[in-house]
Design a protein around this ligand. Sequence first.
Ligand SMILES: C[S@@+](CC[C@H](N)C(=O)[O-])C[C@H]1O[C@@H](n2cnc3c(N)ncnc32)[C@H](O)[C@@H]1O
Length: 266
Amino acid sequence: MTDLDWVPPGIDTTRPSAARVYDYFLGGTHHLPVDRELVGHIEAMTPDIGATMRANRAFLQRAVRFLAGAGVRQFLDIGSGIPATGNVHEIAQAEAPGSAVVYVDVDPVAVEHSRAMLAGVAGTGVILADARDTDRILRETAELGLIDFGRPVAVLLAGVLHFIPDEADPAGLVAALRSAAGPGGYLVISHATADGQPPEVIEAQKLSSRTGTGIVLRSHAEIASWFDGFPLVDPGLVHIPLWRPGPGETVEHPERFGAYAGVGAA
Ligand SMILES: C[S@@+](CC[C@H](N)C(=O)[O-])C[C@H]1O[C@@H](n2cnc3c(N)ncnc32)[C@H](O)[C@@H]1O
């Protein structure tokens, strides 16, 4: 792609972006040579990575459908990414018209695209913020007036917490958002793991630091501990394709998808 009109001013186009790398893996059109170069390196070391990212997106969509079916009408999607087919509001509003969705991302490219795509779409809003700044996220979400924290909220943290290093206290971040979900709300997490993965995955993890937001792979036990107070709905915290697959969907060697997914109920 040579037309860079879609890149907001002030973006460092010499450094890969996690949001654009993910967009590439999902088959989107918003990525730069520097992103594709990194994708090439990562894919050479971990050929399953693209499948894992697509499986992550499919999990998020199944989870949102499940939540809408369970009566949730408010969604706070943190680390929402560049808009792609089957965004959270599209799934939620198809299942439950009138659902409200607030998107949050730290990447201005993702936020600009979300703003452009959501202009005029009722019930949706976008915030540029770091997931670590939970006070700001909750304050700005309340200011948008789309989500009523007195009613159940699904807090979506899909494919984002592995960008939060241990020193930034991801457990504390999740705990701060837990109260926002409220009774009847839900917590959704998907997260990359090294569990059962070959050594190349660890090497590829090191490459991810080039995006400025390196990835931290965590164990099942560590991720499960964040659901404290949010009992996991069936089937628990599992490799992503195993979370309520669609009818007839079977997956061989689900452990090759190096990520876990779970949904907890408040
Ligand atoms: C792998 S994408 C996931 C997109 C979407 N949630 C999904 O699961 O399909 C990760 C997104 O998290 C965003 N991100 C990374 N670190 C973040 C942070 N500290 N705060 C907010 N967003 C962050 C990236 O910009 C990127 O858009």
